[in-house]
Design a protein around this ligand. Structure first.
Ligand code: DCP
Length: 672
């Protein structure tokens, strides 16, 4: 039964651009002698040669896969070149790859609405550009067509190898009787071929792309012909495409929902869904999911490309596979400190460069209980309002961890030494910052921001918010998504009998660990050392372009930088203190464990208050008049009163005590 053609979606032209073996390409640009060789990027740990996270297409031909360890890859392909991921704070440092991704985004964003979907993926809405081309220079009017265009794959078009195939592509694109949707698609194919060439020229990276009438189809198509190729999806080919597409391959159907469709409805391919009415699907999966399933079976997706060049969240994570699993609170705290420091750095640069503030801190962990029938119980994720400054994030992250651990293990599972031997193991940790918003211009709105920040997430009794994972696939894809890939990791040393399934935290960086393209601007020296001279001028141009783009976007926020400086100074002071305090913090861990969250927090808050007092006493001298002028009037009054000789700074006891606009309120500790 032919599927009714949706009327609205075919008038849009959406592209999904995906870099080819991205980390490998970044490393090959750094070391050009690796080009053309079978190469893989490995995580830095030495266990069995480290885990592969990116594999070149030459290595893939020898049977090397991302799921392999370095040793296994060498066995499959003895000449493989293994490149280590850069390391900082004892964990993978992905800044190099993030900056490289930003370079690509800056080029693609010239063409239309651009959404950075992950470290190496971008969606583009090319509808306007395609409409313009169709009006001004439609494909049939072009004297010649670029090779890259003619090499395109067009689904549903029969093709043979060689020149004939290019002719067929040209004929298809120049059909005068083509409908409006196909004509627009042809224009999109030409635009994307041009963009891919530009990306290659300016960054030396190849990418693949899918061009279709919606995001879902564009994403499906971009992975069909890799590397360095592009695939167009005319509406007429959609039904055939989906009829053979395994249900689990569809975005958002790789998990429980896909399994349920297979087991409960006997659906194997997306096309199989066509046999069910919308009502039937709604009966099984609820109104929204049912309708969504009914639509995807027909290739319909209304998801918009969001104009977003910056990530939706920042995250920092690490896995502790096999014998590396963490067994004590002090080691957990040590790693949370590292992760929090990295997160704090990224938040500071986002604040400084993009004038954006995050408001929610979330802790995720994966764990298992070794002597327990319930060892697959999920470690709960916890959130709380985010407070700026490395030390605060460290404290909050550790509090969240302890609250989650209590829940995971039950009230009697933790002893004052930190753990009961072999009771629990942590195999992955991550901290992330989300709900990122622009600081609105105008001081009153900043005040409002901070007011809302202190009340935003609702709290449970222990001050944390339980993260809920919705099954409904309505959420749009974003940089913050955790990868759903899971890795089987054996425990070779102490837990030889245990095999547990863990979320691949370090591998999940691709999705959670993005920074803004402003990094390219802010780190020219890094770029210069990492990248061969040939690309220097390109970098300069890109950096400028990125700078311009962000400046345009952030024009409205002029006047904020000085407030940003306050944050920066504050967290810088906090960090330097942290170095001296680190030992004592860790050694006092076991004592803290016995406290209830609230008593622990009051202890922490007291420390924080003391630190703040000193910090501000020191910082006040550094605040200049122009900074003060930007602050809300009440705060100006408050700060000026501190600046008067002999007036001692007294947090929380100053004029307007407890009012939302008190400067103390800006840095108020987490309310529990
Ligand atoms: N990545 C990671 N862990 C994963 C998956 C990916 O760290 N589990 C990193 C390394 C990849 C980059 O993200 O180079 C992009 O991931 P992709 O899934 O897009 O894969 P590649 O770009 O490596 O290859 P492909 O050409 O198949 O897209």
């Amino acid at each position: 039964m032919p599927v009714a053609r949706p009327e609205t979606s075919e008038t849009r032209v959406i592209a999904h651009v995906d870099m080819d073996c991205f980390y490998v390409q970044v490393e090959q640009r750094k070391q050009p002698e690796l080009r053309g060789l079978p190469t893989a990027v490995v995580q830095y740990n030495e266990w069995q040669g480290g885990g592969l996270i990116a594999v070149s297409y030459e290595a893939r031909k020898c049977g090397v896969k991302r799921s392999m360890r370095g040793d296994e890859a060498k066995f499959a392909c003895p000449e493989i070149q293994l490149v280590q991921v850069p390391v900082a704070r004892g964990k993978a440092d992905l800044n190099l790859y993030r900056s490289a991704g930003s370079e690509v985004v800056s080029i693609l964003a010239q063409s239309g609405k651009c959404e950075r979907a992950s470290i190496d993926e971008v969606y583009l809405d090319l509808t306007d550009a395609a409409e313009r081309m169709l009006a001004d220079a439609p494909p049939e009017s072009l004297e010649s067509m670029d090779e890259e265009v003619l090499k395109s794959h067009i689904l549903g078009m029969s093709r043979e190898d060689g020149d004939d195939c290019k002719e067929s592509v040209r004929d298809w694109m120049c059909r005068r009787d083509a409908d409006h949707g196909d004509k627009l698609l042809s224009c999109g194919i030409i635009i994307v071929a041009e963009l891919r060439k530009q990306v290659l020229k300016e960054t030396e990276f190849t990418c693949s792309a899918g061009i279709a009438h919606n995001k879902m189809l564009a994403k499906l198509a971009s992975g069909m012909n890799k590397p360095a190729q592009q695939t167009g999806v005319p509406y007429s080919a959609v039904q055939e495409l989906l009829s053979s597409l395994p249900i689990k391959k569809m975005k958002q159907l790789g998990g429980k929902l896909g399994t349920s469709l297979q087991n409960d409805l006997g659906v194997d391919t997306v096309g199989d869904l066509l046999q069910f009415s919308e009502t039937k699907l709604q009966e099984h999966y609820g109104i929204n999911t049912g309708t969504w399933l009914w639509n995807i079976a027909r290739g319909i997706s209304g998801e918009e490309v969001q104009g977003r060049l910056l990530p939706k969240s920042h995250g920092s994570g690490k896995t502790f596979p096999g014998p590396r699993a963490l067994k004590s609170l002090s080691t957990v705290q040590h790693w949370l400190n590292q992760l929090s420091e990295e997160l704090s750095e990224r938040l500071s640069s986002d604040l400084e460069q993009n004038k954006r503030i995050a408001s929610t801190l979330t802790l995720h962990a994966s764990a298992f209980r070794s002597r327990d029938s319930d060892s697959h119980k999920k470690f709960p994720s916890k959130s709380c309002p985010l407070r700026y400054g490395a030390i605060k994030i460290q404290e909050d992250a550790f509090n969240l961890f302890q609250a989650a651990l209590r829940e995971y293990i039950g009230p009697f599972g933790i002893n004052p030494q930190g753990n009961k031997k072999e009771t629990w193991r942590i195999t992955g940790l991550s901290v992330s910052a989300s709900k990122i918003v622009d600081i609105p211009s105008g001081t009153s709105s900043i005040t409002r921001y901070f007011q809302s920040q202190s009340t935003a997430p609702s709290h449970s009794a222990d001050g944390c918010v339980q993260e809920h994972v919705a099954m409904t696939p309505s959420a749009s894809e974003g940089c913050s998504e955790q990868r759903s890939t899971e890795t089987e990791v054996a425990m070779p040393e102490e837990d030889t009998s245990v095999t547990c399934t863990l979320p691949n935290f370090e591998n999940s960086y691709k999705d959670i660990d993005l920074v803004s393209e402003k990094d390219v601007v802010s780190c020219p020296s890094n770029e210069a050392t990492d990248i061969p001279t040939q690309s220097e001028s390109n970098k300069g141009t890109q950096a400028k372009r990125i700078g311009q783009k962000i400046n345009n976007l952030k024009e409205k926020n002029r006047g904020i930088p000085s407030i940003v400086d306050i944050f920066k100074n504050y967290s810088a002071t906090a960090s330097s203190k942290q170095e001296t305090q680190e030992d004592s913090t860790v050694s006092s861990t076991s004592k803290r464990v016995n406290f209830s969250i609230s008593s622990h927090n009051s202890e922490v808050n007291q420390e924080v208050e003391e630190r703040r007092e000193t910090d501000w006493g020191y910082k006040l001298d550094e605040i200049d008049q122009s900074v003060l002028d930007e602050l809300p009037v009440e705060i100006q009054r408050e700060v000026r009163s501190f600046m008067r000789p002999n007036k001692r700074f007294n947090v929380g006891k100053s004029k307007g005590d407890g009012s939302a606009s008190s400067i103390a309120h800006y840095f108020q500790p987490l309310k529990r």
